[in-house]
Design a protein. Sequence first.
Lengths: 358, 586
Amino acid sequence: MTELVVNNIQKWLGGLQILKGASFTAERGSIVALLGASGSGKTTLLRCIAGLEQPEIGTIVIGGKTVLDGDKKLALPPEQRNIGLVFQSYALWPHRTVKENVGYGLKLRNVSPTDIGKRVQAILDRMGLGHLADRYPSQLSGGQQQRVAICRALVYEPRVLLLDEPLSNLDAKLREEARYWIRKLILDLQICAILVTHDQGEALAAADNILLLQDGRIVQQGGPQEIYSNPNSFYSADFLGANNIVSGKVQTVDGKSAVIGGNGWSLNGTVREAAGLGQSQDARAVIRVEQIKVSDTPATDGIEMQLDDSIYLGDRWEYRLSRGDFVVKAHGTKRMATGKVWAQIPQESIWVFSGAQK
Amino acid sequence: MSTHAQAPAALPMTKAAAEKKYPAKMPRHGNASVYRTVVIGLLAIAVLAPVGLIIYQSFLSAAFFSPRAKFGLDAYRYVFTDRNFYKALGTTAVFSFGMVAIAVPLGGLLAFLITRTDIKGKRLLEILVLVPMFISSIVLAFGYTVSVGPTGFVSLFIRGLIGFVPWNIYSLPGMILIAGLSHVPHVYLYVSSSMRNLPSDLEEAARTTGASIWQVSRDVTLPMVLPSLIFAASLNILLGFETFGIPLVLGDPNGIMVLTTYIYKLTTLFGTPTYQLMAVVAVVLILITLPLVWAQRKLLKNARKYVAMGGKGARVATLKLGRGGQVIALSIIGFWLFVSVVLPIGGITVRAFVDAWGEGVNLFAQLTFANFDHLLEVPSLVRGIINTVILSVVGGAVAVGIYLMVGLAGHRNWGASNTLLDYIVLLPRALPGLVIGLAFFWVFLFVPLLTPLRPTLISIFVAYVVVGLSYGLRLLQGTLLQVAPELEESARTTGATIGRTWKDVVIPIVRPGLAGAWALIMIIFLREYATGVYLMGAGTEVIGSLMVSLLQTGAMNTIAALSLISVVLTGAGLALALRLGAKIHD
């Protein structure tokens, strides 16, 4: 069931347009991630949905109710949108106990005090916070504060749960746990959730659908696997994963396949974006680091390269390879002596884009 | 390079084009715009009505309620041909600049010693240095009269030693010196806060490149705090133009007049109140002070920019003074404290408990409570003390409530009403208390509905609220801004209206700040003396204004007793403020 419809949201700040027509929908029981670099407009888009910012153009429908309509100049304030928002800083009220923080939304909805008590205790117990109900936020750890903030936004069963970088203030280990249980909670409760993040790992692990934002526009959307393995632009390809960027000149183009090369090397790649790819024009290739296999014995389909160095990373080794101005990184399980090696790169993993900067 | 040079010319074009494309803003629903408009509108009326009345009165030929009053420039003609007016204007200018020349270097030095060196007793000094600011200048001036005036205790002691008194405080230099010394805290306050914010790594960087401590102070520290020094100077020029107590007590006996005392004397000059002439001088005063306030606002914005460049949470490394340095620094501060706190307050304390003194009289033999006994016998004086306490304690609390309402109206507000609020708040700063009091006196005479309120404390309270507006609102706005925006936004997204958010989140969080603000406003109302001069009537006396009128009769015993009571009350208020954790350093 579609809980959120966002259509053609445009917002200006002074003379600068910071959202340039973002549209998407979100379903109950799924998580949509807004992924992008800082300044891409993802947080602004979230705040527009929450009603904390007012876009000039566009419509937003939450749970069947139109909360924003640019043409009719209708913009409901946040309190009338029936949403829950978890802030990056958690924004727990310091003068209220955990119980009072969580129960406030119910109090505003005129729920009787006994019911408030029950529902607050139930959700706190569910999150393993039952014993902290009478503490103040300052007496909690960061992870506990984050869970209280999620309880507070969920307890009154909003139609849409908005999460603004909810994991960025946690340490790395806690973060991996949190993205797992947040996903599980949202699927269990069948909520519609929107997650803003700049961390691709978070988006890939937690979301059902990822919207990649660049400069106020959604440049690509799709499931995590789709968006990771099938990027439609250089920006998408480069933003996700650990990549090698190779610059060269187009030698031949033939439909979906292209050969690019430089000083003493050439590669057979796959064309991902045909525009601007003509004979002897500049081209860039994106190769995911994990797609390169390195061996110290000659391989027929491999390119002969120079191994400049092997770097120990703990769980694996990183190889620094070069051949003329063709320089890449790759990973492997063992140390290799510097010198001549062979790198195997599947043609479908060499994504060729135009070299023109966009 | 050529493209770079063209950029400024191209910019306005693209900006205009962008604005053209820019679609109309969405209306902000649920942003309490009705509340904001009503509160800011009422405030605008409360501030603009008195000012409007002054301007209106200045163009009449007689008092506005007189049937003979006609429109015209007679009043301006009289004032602008009066030699005394020009003399007063010149004296005011000399007085203000002289005061700045003393207060700014001294205040800067004190700020440097207290914030940037390891001077002993820092915590105590930080509070002591501000004391002169909290005492009304009429009390201070009177204190100097009884200690170093022609027949003051110290003067008599010196004359006994060397045969003559080497100073005369009843002179322009005397006035300037005393005003300069007592305005040091105003400079200290601004300069010390900017010095505190100055990250010491900037100085350390200079030290590592080989500069000596004094070179660093001159080449790095001084330029960095220059904006705040300039701001403090402009503030003091403004205060100089508005000052009333010191020229009244010290200048008046020798006929030295400044603009405020000129206004005050116009009443007695003609025997009958010459409202139109007073109004003209008030208008002139506003025309001088308003641009100053304006300039200050700009300076403050720039000064903040300067401060923002420093890292946050900057560590301040203190300069080691060494034993000799400690002695010199403490002596400077000690001498200043002696002259600007101990001399006047000590003088008042002694004077309040003696009836007669002179050469060869043993003061200890003269100690008496007669001054206080006498004071308690005069109903108007007793009422004055009670009224002052009521106005400060209760009125101060109500005023904080009003400033809070105004503060909320301007809290995270956009658009025209916010700009209006900004400018309205500036206006009272350009008005001396004497003029605000006069203007409200007229308002309460002029508006039939308000006339019954004139003989009540409400009339004085309203004027006090306007007098304290800039300071009080700045206190409240500062407190409100400390509430992180997400705390309010999270209440809104949870389902609270803006009113509920203020009630349930904003106000509970700022409550400790409100208590501190109450104590500070209390002190402001306690020390106020000029505002009540015209507004005060039988039953609505206040200590400060009683002292102004008693000065005319020369009842020194009573003034001394009242001064001491005022000092004690202020001390109690200050103790309460510190207890409540008020941020007197903001």
